[in-house]
Design a protein around this ligand. Structure first.
Ligand SMILES: [Zn+2]
Length: 1215
């Protein structure tokens, strides 16, 4: 499985499962992430489960508890009511007995006191006495039934008839008391005989009772005598209760027990219905109470024989059960049970008792709460087998219970469960936030991992991560042991120190390192990088490195080569580790070749943005194979590093190689040979000498055309094992073709390429500034409401004078318009128009053709000056003024003041760059003084002053004024005023490059003093403009000699070219002195009296920021270097050029052709431009006459271009 496969695999997995995982992590760290995720998920489920179980448990408990509470309330309350109920019933039973007893006592007392003899006793006021009894006992009626012996029967019948007036008296009393509404008098007399009911065919009839009932051996009758309330229907009187089976049984029970006795619930309504009405359906009990003939002694007790009569009380249960519980309390069942096997049930609702029916009707659900108690005090009533003894059972019903059931348990449970649900939601929310954070952390970790992955091979990275994990664990334990206090930290620190002092390892674990016996190491260096970067802005330097290294990284990825590191401009890679592979040398060779091609492609492309010389950058690559120790050097910024002789040798192989070539050690070459790639090798002619290894035979890798797929092609991977695969063959074919093509490309073509790139770059820079001009102008116009004029700007140049006469002491820069700055659109968005853009490029190309092919003063020099101007301007525009607290508008205003208005006027900047571009146009390659001395025509025209400079301005200006560049011109200067301003700037700038003219130099110095001297620090507009003018002049001066203030290599390159130019002149007899004679001292003097003072001035005027320091530093360093090496350098230069001149014929320099030089300037100055044919011819002639290094082909090409452009323009005009 390859690394990439693993990646993809994991990505899919993580997507499928939705798990967080580090997509680029290795198996190790991702499985760690996965297991962690699993653990987290597991604990999440556990927590959720616990919360759920807790919710269910606590919810149920709450519910049960609340329910029980209610149940308890219900039971307690019921218990209280039940006790109350039975208390009341018992009280009533007892008071019924007590009332009957007291009536009985009263009757006995009366009988004794009145000396009446039983049974002939009629109790006076029986109605009233009975009434009291009835009230107290809640009985319906009380009847007195005396015992009449059989022998007293007749006597009684007579007595009764004679004493029946108690009935009328009773009725009267009742009427008085309004106890009865019956106003009738008694209807009949009482039965004058003792009687009983007899069952016959015609129903029940009343018959005489004659025999009596045996009690204690004597036959008795017990006729009903007095009743209260008194009966209306008197028939009941004299009814022998002993003739009724129930009453007889009751009576005998009373007789035997000598105690009151309760009857079963029964219907004996005939006893009372003569007096009152009552619903006989209701259960009643009849209480028989003994009446004694006398009172017993204190110690004695009554005997059956003492009984002389009985009282019969009628107790209806519904009356007894009234008013026992308060209104509102409902649903209590009372079941009465007696020993006569009877049950009947009452339902109690508030004070009302309702008869439910015979039988036990309570709800068996409440059996457990049943409350039973005996009815009445059995000590005062008969309690024998014959008597009916009552039990009272009290039960609750669901109606009663419901009163105690509320929705509270449900509410409590819901509340409790809600709390849990809320907790769970909070937990989920928290979990969500944790998840979010975790994602971020994982994202960060993923990025970190990506970086780590890039830094270390997979297996090494895993070990580092494992180590770090262990270290963390160790730290944690350590901290646990010592705490987090400052003291502990100090202690740690000291202890750590001790460890180091003792010479032990700073790390707990073993170092991560391995030996890889077979590997190929590549060192690749960018040749000329240091010099190149010294001329550029730091951002440009990084832009180059990033672009190139990124491209290499991509190739490395696809070739499965491990990139070790980059040190500055050196790129180090290795093949054969971390995974060993047999074909490491072959892989590395391919990789090196791909890098080389890619580099060459890239630098050409980058030249447009990064400026001249970028295209010249190339790689120098060295390869060596052998054993390599690889590992992680831990500590701050741990890095994966390679060690060992192989690495050192690879570096040596690289440094002793040459540009654009891949240098191989013998070892690598042998490996390639063994892999069947011998045809790739070319033996190096010379041997390299090394101190350690002595002479080494090395090889070049034959570099062919770029491989088909340098990046991202899987086809190119893994085919290294075969000797020649189809793709390989195809590639070799293509390489062959490309090689042929390359050969065909002459050096001239290369030069032309370079010229084109320079032209493109210059056009690009100017176009950028042009856009700013347009943006600025549009903003100003919008504010002022002016319309763009369609008439082209015009500028009358005073005739009679020359360019030098136009030099101004102070150039007026436009005033700062804060609004215009504020309302300016983005210059990037400005479209210059196709025509103008084409004209711009054509114009730059034309200017380029007007540069001669001098060793120094050529178009390349102009481009370098342009680059320096751009760099310094960028420094002005983005100085290190702390503007963080100011807004953009304030910032712009500050900048304007700080840079004397240069920043805020794009036209000024354009003019500076333009001036740099054209400043050496048509430079003849000899100093002005020589031209004057030679009496050249051009020197005459300009009166011997700043000859070359004036000539350059005239040529460039006239070219610009040509009708072919109308659109371009219109963009640069829309108004006459702008054109005047533009020309002033160009003239002053170009003339400033004449640094030899003493007069001009003196003037400039005076102006500097005036502007920047302490005493002249008047902040006037005029002084500001003066400062701006001087800054611009110094800017272009410094740029013109920028090479002296750049990297030593750059300085040397251009210094050599200048020497070359001067040497040419001397060899051609155009200089009196051999430059080699004064070159050393000349440079020293130049540094001391011009370059360094100029650099200091740059610093002094304070607008160039760090660039001025950089320039001054380089100037001083170069001077020191020159002082040390200058003599040798000059010697070598002379050697070199002497050899060159010895080998070649001395050139016949046509530059001194007297006719040519002035011709150009005259040509453009006079208005002969209208004659296109003439101009074309002149241009052609000029270019033909130049004898530069450009090949014929490129010259032809340029001429063709110039001519076609001109003819095109002409034909357009004609149309
Ligand atoms: Zn120059």
């Amino acid at each position: 499985m390859t690394f990439h496969d693993e990646d993809d695999d994991m990505n899919t997995k993580s997507m499928e499962t939705g798990e967080l995982s580090v997509s680029h992590a290795s198996t190790g760290s991702s499985s760690f992430a996965r297991s962690e995720t699993r653990r987290v998920t597991r604990s999440k489920y556990i927590v959720a489960g616990v919360i759920f179980v807790a919710a269910v448990l606590v919810g149920s408990l709450t519910f049960v508890f609340a329910r029980n509470q209610e149940e308890d309330d219900f039971e307690t309350q019921f218990g209280e009511y039940a006790v109350e109920i039975v208390d009341i019933i018992n009280q009533e039973a007892n008071s019924a007995l007590a009332a009957a007893n007291s009536l009985s006592v009263a009757i006995t007392t009366f009988a004794l006191s009145s000396s009446a003899v039983w049974p002939d006793v009629t109790v006076p006021d029986f109605e009233l006495r009975g009434f009291h009894n009835n009230i107290l006992s809640k009985s319906l009626q009380v009847s007195l039934a005396p015992l009449v012996r059989a022998d007293q029967k007749q006597e009684w019948e007579i007595y009764a008839q004679q004493n029946e007036e108690w009935i009328d008296e009773g009725l009267a009393v009742a009427m008085e008391r309004e106890l009865t509404d019956n106003t009738e008098e008694k209807s009949d007399s009482i039965e004058d005989f003792l009687w009983r009911f007899a069952e016959g065919d015609s129903g029940t009839s009343v018959v005489q009772n004659s025999e009596g009932t045996n009690l204690g051996g004597v036959n008795y009758f017990a006729p009903i005598w007095q009743q209260s309330p008194a009966p209306h229907d008197t028939q009941i009187v004299n009814y022998d209760i002993l003739s009724h089976p129930i009453l007889q049984r009751l009576f005998s029970t009373m007789w035997n027990s000598v105690q009151p006795v309760f009857s079963e619930a029964t219907d004996l309504s005939f006893i009372y219905e003569g007096a009152i009405e009552d619903d006989s359906e209701h259960p009643h009990t009849y209480v028989l109470h003994p009446v004694f003939g006398s009172f017993v002694d204190n110690n004695g007790s009554y005997k059956s024989e003492d009984i002389v009569a009985s009282l019969i009380t009628v107790l209806p249960f519904d009356q007894l059960l009234l008013d026992m519980i308060p209104e509102g309390v409902n649903g209590i069942d009372i079941v009465m049970e007696n020993t006569c096997n009877q049950h009947f049930t009452y339902s109690i609702n508030g004070p009302v008792a309702t008869f439910v029916g015979y039988g036990d009707h309570h709800d068996p659900d409440y059996d457990y709460m049943g409350f039973a108690v005996e009815f009445g005090d059995h000590s005062i009533s008969a309690h024998t087998e014959e008597s009916c003894n009552y039990m009272i059972h009290v039960y609750p019903t669901s109606i009663f219970e419901e009163e105690y059931h509320s929705n509270k348990p449900v509410v409590y449970t819901v509340v409790v469960v809600s709390v849990f649900v809320f907790t769970a939601l909070v937990f989920l929310l928290y979990d969500y936030f944790v998840l979010l954070r975790q994602r971020k952390v994982m994202e960060a970790a993923r990025r970190t991992n990506k970086i780590v992955t890039a830094l270390f091979p997979a297996n090494v990275r895993d070990r580092i991560l494992k180590d770090a994990e262990e270290q963390d664990e160790g730290d944690r334990q350590h901290k646990r042991g010592f705490g987090f206090g400052a003291k502990a930290q100090l202690k740690d620190f000291v202890q750590d120190d001790n460890v180091l002092e003792n010479g032990n390892s700073a790390f707990d674990s073993k170092p991560i390192a391995d030996l890889f016996p077979d590997a190929t190491v590549m060192f690749a260096d960018i040749v000329g990088f240091t010099a190149w970067s010294s001329v550029r802005e730091p951002t440009q330097v990084f832009s180059l490195l990033e672009t190139v290294y990124h491209a290499f990284d991509e190739i490395a990825r696809s070739r499965r080569v491990f990139k070790v590191e980059t040190v500055g401009d050196c790129y180090v890679a290795v093949a054969g580790l971390p995974e060993a592979r047999k074909d490491h040398a072959v892989v590395m060779a391919r990789f090196a070749r791909d890098c080389l091609h890619r580099m060459n492609d890239l630098t050409k492309k980058l030249e447009l943005t990064l400026g001249p010389d970028t295209g010249d950058l190339s790689m120098r690559i060295g390869l060596h194979s052998g054993p390599v120790t690889a590992g992680v050097l831990r500590g701050d910024k741990s890095r994966f590093q390679l060690f060992g002789d192989t690495v050192n040798t690879a570096s040596k192989i690289e440094s002793s190689g040459s540009r654009n070539r891949i240098h191989l050690s013998t070892e690598t070459a042998s490996l390639l040979e063994a892999a069947g790639k011998g045809h790739w090798l070319k033996k190096r002619e010379d041997v390299i000498r090394t101190k350690v290894k002595g002479d080494m035979q090395t090889y070049w890798l034959e570099v062919k055309a770029p491989s088909i797929a340098p990046t991202g092609s899987s086809a190119s991977d893994g085919q290294t094992e075969e000797s020649i695969s189809p793709t390989e063959a195809k590639r070799m074919e293509q390489e062959k073709a490309a090689k042929k093509e390359e050969k065909a490309k002459s050096k001239a073509d290369m030069d032309e390429d370079k010229l084109r790139r320079l032209v493109d770059w210059n056009s690009d820079v100017l176009a950028r500034l042009l856009r700013q001009i347009v943006a600025h102008r549009n903003a100003t116009k919008r504010l002022k409401g002016t319309v763009s004029s369609s008439t082209p700007a015009k500028l009358e140049i005073k005739s009679g004078g020359t360019v030098i006469d136009e030099v101004k002491e102070i150039i007026e820069l436009p005033e700062y318009d804060p609004l215009a700055a504020q309302y300016q659109e983005d210059p990037q968005s400005i479209d210059l128009g196709e025509a103008a853009q084409k004209q711009l490029r054509d114009y730059v190309m034309l200017v380029a053709t007007f540069y001669r092919d001098n060793p120094f003063h050529n178009f390349e020099h102009a481009s370098h000056v342009t680059m320096s101007v751009v760099k310094l301007l960028s420094r002005i525009i983005a100085p290190d003024v702390n503007s963080k607290n100011a807004n953009n508008h304030d910032h712009a205003a500050t900048l304007h003041d700080h840079t004397y208005g240069i920043t805020s006027d794009p036209l000024t900047q354009f003019a500076c760059v333009f001036a740099a571009l054209i400043h050496d146009t048509d430079h003849s390659g000899v100093p002005n003084a020589q031209l004057v001395k030679e009496g050249a025509e051009v020197a005459k025209i300009y009166d011997g002053k700043s000859v070359a400079e004036q000539n350059s301005v005239d040529i460039a200006w006239d070219l610009l004024m040509h009708k072919n560049y109308t659109d371009l011109r219109h963009l640069i200067c829309e108004t006459d005023e702008e054109m005047r301003h533009f020309r002033e700037l160009v003239v002053n700038s170009v003339m400033a490059t004449d640094i030899v003219d003493k007069e001009l130099k003196a003037l400039r110095n005076a102006r500097w003093e005036k502007a920047f001297a302490e005493e002249n620090q008047v902040d006037s507009r005029e002084n500001n403009n003066r400062k701006a003018t001087i800054v611009i002049e110094h800017l272009i001066q410094a740029s013109d000699i920028a090479h002296t203030m750049q990297h030593w290599h750059i300085y040397r390159k251009w210094n050599e070219r200048l020497f070359h130019e001067m040497y040419d002149a001397w060899r051609n007899g155009r200089s009196e002195k051999d430059p080699s004679e004064f070159w050393y001292n000349g440079e020293i003097g130049f540094f001391d009296f011009y370059i360094i003072p100029l650099a200091k001035k740059l610093k002094e005027c304070g607008v160039f920021g760090v660039s001025s320091d950089e320039y001054l530093n380089y100037a001083q360093k170069n001077r020191a270097e020159w002082e040390a090496q200058g003599h040798q350098v000059v010697e070598k230069l002379v050697e070199k050029y002497t050899a060159e001149y010895a080998n070649h014929q001395v050139r016949l320099d046509d530059i001194q052709d007297a006719d040519n030089v002035p011709l150009r300037s005259r040509m453009f100055r006079s208005d002969t431009l209208s004659d296109d044919e003439g101009f074309l011819a002149e241009v052609e002639k000029q270019i033909d006459d130049e004898d530069g290094d450009l090949s014929e082909k490129s010259q032809e090409d340029l001429v063709a271009r110039a001519s076609s452009r001109l003819t095109r323009g002409a034909s357009k005009e004609k149309l």
